[in-house]
Design a protein around this ligand. Structure first.
Ligand code: ATP
Length: 488
């Protein structure tokens, strides 16, 4: 990360904290590693992002429905899904610093350094070596690579490494009152399995016909070996996943469609096209026949925000095998029973939140020849903004607050609006810019005479005079869901 992007990212993080978007969890106890709390504005933004996803998936598609499955699931679920045996990361410890790392990430960091230093060929060779070691699950080879490339611990600076071991990422706990009789249960590491085990329940109760999808938003938990980059890699996070069930043989066509649909959804948020790219998986999971990530250009480089996977019939077949219950669909069009194939779209809500913060945050220099000036702005899409409008009486007296509160009580029925009368009007505008409020409504003396107000726009800072009775319509046009969904 260059100094400039490093500073930008630090500013995004501190802005998020200062204005009530994201706090470190249990901060008064010095926080809990890779766990974060969303504050008063963060919770609003997160809810709006969920709504955008849910509406785009469930409301706009006649053949997609949404569910809300429990976090705890029967432990056999995770045996069937392969998580108990295979949801591992290769880890390595440095004996001097006692710090633990993901072996593959140490090597990835080295590759990035080779690339920065212009050693492209060396970087490519190392990438090939890493891919083949990961493909073969060859842990001793990973250690040899680390040693051969002189990779040192960033803390101690030494090469005093342990062997590479597999580390299961699932959190477990005990369910049941008595210690002896208690069963080990897991905090789900992904929401997808809650959809697979409910496939028949939803298909039958909703009389769904293939192709159809089941969507879900919910918490997932992973004991990440190292967690870093703010809300990028967390131990408790939220996923928005959709499993789309299709007839075998049609899956790659649907995979192509979902790949396009999902990128379009990201672009509708307003980020530049060059900030997004596809990254096809070279190493496919054993059950997948195609997989791609949608990556976003974060200040620390292109990283995955969403995965789109063609998962074949792996999950349903596994659950069929382990539960002994048939998970099949009778397709009346071809008069056949089959286990459907699945295309999955899986996006991390917290990573999405971070893309929106990074995309929106700007420190604007507004200095003129006479005066130094600047402002921090969050250029959120108006539909996603936590606060849709601020209502500001010019002064605290002469009936202006009453008039402003009258407008507030009308608008708050439909929109999340805020009243503010403290400090100068300029300071209040800046406060609203900093939290991404798309417009401010100022009530002044003229408002008492002719029932008009000043509407001040966040991005252009332009002001216009509008009739107070038109405000519901004006705000509605500005922040309505059709502004986002219409672009899909
Ligand atoms: P990564 O390679 O970055 O660990 P992954 O390939 O394991 O991610 P998936 O299992 O495909 O991720 O999960 C789907 C999505 O869930 C990811 O695209 C990401 O947005 C989100 N996600 C996964 N792990 C985390 C995490 N620890 N913290 C926050 N979001 C996560």
């Amino acid at each position: 990360m260059s100094k400039q992007t490093d500073d930008f990212f630090k500013n995004v993080i501190s802005h998020a904290k200062e204005y009530g978007f994201v706090f470190p969890s249990s901060e008064i106890y010095d926080g809990l590693s890779a766990v974060y709390d969303y504050g008063q504005l963060g919770a609003e933004l997160k809810n709006n992002l969920k709504t955008y996803w849910w509406k785009a998936m469930v409301q706009l598609h006649e053949n997609i429905v949404g569910i809300d499955a429990a976090i705890f699931m029967h432990p056999t679920t995770w045996k069937a899904s392969g998580h108990i045996d295979g949801f591992n990361d290769p880890m390595i410890d440095n004996k001097d610093s006692k710090k633990r790392y993901r072996a593959d990430q140490l090597i990835e960091d080295k590759i990035a350094r080779y690339e920065t230093d212009g050693k492209t060929e060396k970087a490519q060779r190392l990438q090939t070596d890493l891919n083949s070691a990961l493909n073969d699950d060859d842990l001793p080879r990973l250690k040899v690579i680390i040693e051969e490339h002189n990779i040192v611990c960033p803390m101690s600076g030494t090469k005093n490494w342990t062997d590479v071991r597999q580390f299961n990422l699932m959190f477990s706990t005990q369910m049941g009152a008595s210690a002896e009789g208690a069963d080990t249960v897991y905090l789900r590491p992904e929401t997808a399995q809650g959809i697979f085990v409910n496939f028949l329940n939803v298909q039958k109760s909703g009389r769904m016909k293939i192709p159809f999808g089941i969507a879900q938003i919910g918490k997932a938990f992973r004991n990440e070996v190292i967690a870093r980059q703010f809300i990028m890699r967390m131990r408790e996070f939220e996923q928005m996943e959709m499993q789309f069930f299709v007839r075998p043989g049609t899956e790659l066509e649907w995979y192509g469609k979902w790949k396009e649909t999902r990128l379009k959804w990201h672009l509708a948020l307003g980020g530049e096209q060059t900030k997004y790219r596809y990254h096809d998986h070279v190493k496919l999971a054993h059950y997948a026949n195609a997989a791609v990530d949608i990556e976003y250009d974060f200040p620390f480089g292109f990283k995955e925000v969403e995965g789109i996977h063609s998962r074949t019939d792996f999950d349903l077949s596994q659950h069929q095998k382990f539960s002994g219950k048939k998970l099949q669909y009778f397709d009346p069009e071809i008069n056949q029973n089959y286990v459907p194939y699945v295309i999955e779209t899986s996006i991390g809500l917290d990573r999405l939140f971070l893309t929106v913060l990074c995309n929106s945050f700007e420190e604007q220099d507004l200095s003129t020849e006479d005066k130094q000036d600047s402002r921090s702005v969050l250029h959120f899409h108006p539909t996603l903004a936590p606060i849709k409008a601020a209502i500001l009486p010019l002064t605290k007296k002469d009936g202006l607050p009453d008039k402003a509160r009258e407008i507030l009580s009308r608008l708050k029925m439909d929109y999340n609006v805020q009243y503010d009368e403290k400090d100068s009007i300029g300071k209040r505008y800046r406060r609203q810019d900093a939290i991404g409020t798309p417009c401010c409504i100022t009530v002044d003396y003229q408002s008492l005479e002719d029932d008009t107000v000043t509407l001040r726009h966040r991005d252009s800072m332009e002001q216009e005079r509008v009739a107070a009775v038109d405000l519901e319509k004006i705000i509605g046009d500005l922040v309505g869901w059709k502004n986002l969904l219409g672009a899909l």
